[in-house]
Design a binder for this molecule. Structure first.
Ligand code: URA
Length: 422
């Protein structure tokens, strides 16, 4: 078989055969299809799409490119959550220990931030001593000890996706529903979880800007999971404004700890509890209410065990940035809009995110939102506080915030997405 025949077939709108898909994924992983050929194929897929059998086979080939993890040694069901990414999305931090406190095991492989969306591993690494890289044996030890583990995927897991995602990132081929769905699901299926809840974000701060696109992505991923015997459910949730008040790394850890302590912003609490209920139901656990485990401190106990088991000190002070700058409300009224994308880009430019994969992040950098859409604000009050290690970063962050918020006189804010859309 020849790579050029496969590229031509997809370019001309044909459905790829299982043999063509297996050949393309396997040969690319082994290096016998060149980057330029795979990028042409990825572009043809982006432009012409894939049928359900094609997406299923592509995902299968990516899973087979590496190892599959196995948690059958555990004495409880496994369940996991994947978010398609957003601004202020720290939900994994309170969610994983909360679900573990209710009787399931959570083996979560997470990622780093790139661009304006944050990464769970970057956030957790702001805790002194905490380690993202664990061997499979260490993962099992942490799961046995704490009930939840959040760490980086090893190089043996879906290596085809690792290589292809890096290529898509630099060839304008990320935004393809079949490629995003197969990329996410190949890693989650190889991770070996028994149940999966997908949090598909919709809005300016998300990959999917419209509910229609988000729904198509969600349905594609649920179909892949179901075809592989993985109990998979999806929720569409709002990403038109930031989630919670904190956007960054250490500031998001601090907010997550507030939630585990029974406080925290109401939207973070609501989404954490909603997703916990879905994860537990998907794992067959129906006799525990996650709201109780937040209130009685058992989720916090699991958090402390999980952080300690990965080398972190849950009591150590979190890093903070050297410089702050306040954005002041220019008038009195109601905050009608706080755009997730604008705030995400501001946090990124302050140093919380990275421009290239190899860049370091600043743990202390980020944005604190003092008001959320729908809340009253008074002229002269702080709307946002920007945190950075270096004051020279404020100008470009402020440019990103230009037009990102609006204060109106009307008390009824229209057009805001419900937190859980579907
Ligand atoms: N996250 C992934 O893991 N893969 C994609 O293609 C997009 C987001």
């Amino acid at each position: 078989m020849d790579a050029i025949d496969v590229i031509r077939a997809k370019r001309d709108g044909a459905e790829l055969t299982p043999e063509q898909i297996d050949f393309a994924v396997d040969a690319y992983t082994r290096g016998t299809i060149a980057d330029e050929q795979m990028s042409a194929l990825a572009m043809a897929i982006l432009l012409n799409g894939m049928t359900r059998p094609e997406v299923a086979r592509w995902t299968e080939a990516m899973i087979r490119s590496g190892e599959r993890m196995d948690w059958s040694a555990l004495d409880r069901p496994t369940t996991d959550k994947h978010s398609t990414g957003g601004v202020g999305d720290k939900i994994t931090l309170p969610l994983a220990p909360l679900v573990a406190a209710c009787g399931a095991a959570v083996p979560q492989l997470s990622g780093r931030g790139l661009g304006h969306t944050g990464g769970t591993l970057d956030k957790l690494e702001s805790i002194p001593g905490w380690r993202a890289s664990l061997s499979n044996e260490e993962m099992l030890d942490v799961l046995t000890e704490a009930g939840a583990v959040v760490c980086a995927a090893g190089t043996g897991l879906a290596p085809a996706d690792r290589k292809l995602y890096a290529l898509r990132d630099v060839t304008g081929t990320v935004e393809s529903i079949p490629l995003i769905a197969s990329s996410i699901m190949s890693k989650k299926i190889a991770e070996g979880t028994g149940a999966l809840v997908l949090d598909v974000k919709v809005g300016s701060g998300a990959f999917m800007k419209t509910a229609a696109d988000a729904r198509e992505l969600a349905e594609t991923m649920v179909a892949i999971g179901t075809d592989h015997g993985l109990r998979t459910v999806a929720l569409l949730t709002a990403m038109d404004r930031p989630l919670g008040n904190a956007v960054g790394n250490a500031v998001e850890v601090a907010e997550s700890v507030e939630v585990l302590a029974g406080g925290g912003p109401s939207d973070v609490v609501e989404l954490t509890v909603t997703l916990a209920r879905e994860m537990l139901a998907a794992a067959g656990i129906t006799d525990r209410d996650p709201a109780d485990a937040l209130a009685d401190g058992t989720a916090m106990d699991v958090w402390r065990r999980m952080i300690t088991a990965q080398g972190g000190d849950p009591d150590a002070p979190l890093p903070s940035a050297a410089e702050t700058h306040q954005v002041i409300a220019p008038s009195t009224g109601v905050l009608t809009r706080l755009d997730a994308y604008g705030v995400g880009v501001a946090a990124w430019r302050l140093g919380a995110g990275r421009a290239r994969k190899e860049d370091p992040v600043s743990f202390g950098a980020g944005v604190i939102c003092h008001a959320k859409p729908g809340e009253k604000v008074t002229q002269g009050q702080p709307l946002l506080t920007l945190h950075a290690d270096d004051a020279s970063r404020f100008d470009r962050a402020l440019e990103a915030l230009d037009g990102a918020y609006e204060i109106g006189s009307d008390t009824s804010v229209t057009g805001l997405q419900p937190l859980v859309i579907d």
